[in-house]
Ligand binder design. Structure first.
Ligand SMILES: Cc1ncc(COP(=O)(O)O)c(C=O)c1O
Length: 366
């Protein structure tokens, strides 16, 4: 069997053709594809507004720049990708790193509550690996503490909480279309919001604060998406459900096959959530499994199965944040970072591939 990769980013012929059509049209500026992608994405997730932008990092930056004041604090789970925290800092705020739940790997609201101060302005829950955070609990938490919610859904296209898509909740929902994500167009991002004022402000910030031709009413960026990427994204929306179904089928095989294997524990799916399976992550207990996380990764590699470590340290352990804010200690994040491993689950994986991954993990037991 050929090597089993940890993600797949092949575009379909139709997606490639959609990009070529834009290139052939001579319209290298935006000319309708981005707006159409926004309408279709908003309609799919049930959001009031959706805005395309350059990438997921830009989507977070636009969200924070539209409301954050200097010195405002934002509660951020430490176990996430860099941009969730760095965009708070780049917008003049301070990320306050919170610990995670040891089973779901999602923000621990109890820990977050203890970190509230009079400067706390927002919370940034991350649907990590596609596992949705409890939207009702976050809604109550935000209402109780008078906070804005900036959801990081970069890894959660297609996830839902209860009957609602995660893109339909709250103030801001930020997505990435980076290759490796559940939707991938090259570089790209999307922000959903149900607040017309935020949408208007982010539209301005996205394009130099220009409210009329060469009339700039606020300072902004060039964070626009191109029509090439939007055309790919529009086409890809048509197969998102199919890709998600394959991810779910693969996750099901992995969960069934690894259940009861001592020393391996998979991410727990949150209560009423539908997981989008961006990653299938397990914790490796070296004593029980007889082999550490890194040793399992090496043994899998020898068997032709790729794996990944997301993430090897919490944000509070990143040198730049240690320098900015000093040392801190978040025990669950730190332990998780030492023992976590992502196994292949992507939409390009066949049922036989998923079974082969299970078999390979079982054979690696020391
Ligand atoms: C949780 C999370 N937030 C934000 C981002 C940033 O997205 P992008 O790489 O498109 O800038 C990513 C992408 O890796 C991510 O995984």
């Amino acid at each position: 069997m050929s090597r089993i990769e940890v993600s797949e980013v092949k575009l379909t012929e139709e997606e490639i053709q959609a990009a070529v059509d834009v290139l052939r049209s001579g319209n290298l500026r935006q000319n309708g594809q981005c707006e159409a992608f926004e309408r279709e994405f908003a309609s799919m997730v049930g959001a009031g507004h959706a805005l395309t932008c350059a990438n997921g990092t830009a989507s977070l930056h636009l969200a924070y720049m539209s409301f954050l004041q200097p010195g405002d604090e934002v509660l951020v789970p430490s176990f996430t990708f860099m941009a969730t925290g760095s965009m708070v800092a780049m917008s003049g705020g301070r990320p306050i790193f919170c610990d995670i739940d040891p089973e779901t790997f999602l923000i621990d609201l109890g820990d977050a509550q203890r970190r509230i101060t009079e400067r706390t302005r927002a919370i940034a829950p991350v649907h990590l690996f596609g596992n949705p955070v409890d939207a009702e609990a976050v809604g109550e938490f935000a209402a109780r503490n008078n906070l804005i919610v900036v959801w990081d859904a970069a890894q959660a296209h297609g996830a839902s909480w209860g009957k609602r898509d995660v893109g339909s909740f709250g103030d801001f929902v930020c997505y990435s279309f980076y290759p490796s994500k559940n939707m991938f167009v090259g570089e790209g991002g999307m922000i959903c919001t149900n607040n017309g004022d935020y949408a208007e402000r982010m539209r301005l910030l996205r394009s130099h604060g220009e409210s009329g031709k060469y009339c700039h009413t606020v300072l902004g960026f060039n964070y626009r998406m191109t029509d090439v990427e939007a055309a790919i994204g529009r086409r890809q929306l048509l197969r998102l459900e199919e890709m998600l179904a394959q991810r779910r089928a693969n996750a099901h095989i992995l969960s069934a096959g690894l259940a009861g294997l001592r020393g391996i524990r998979a991410q727990k799916i949150s209560g009423q959530g539908t997981h989008a399976w961006h990653q299938y992550c397990v914790l490796v207990d070296p004593d029980e499994f007889g082999c550490s996380r890194d040793c399992l990764a090496e043994r899998l590699q020898e068997k032709g199965v790729a794996s990944g470590v997301h993430y090897p340290r919490g944000l509070h352990q990143q040198p730049v944040f240690e320098k900015l804010y000093g040392l801190s200690n978040l025990p669950v994040t730190e332990k998780t970072a030492q023992t976590i491993l992502a196994l292949p689950v992507h939409h390009g994986l066949t049922v036989d591939n998923a079974k082969a991954v299970v078999e390979a993990v079982r054979q690696c037991r020391g």
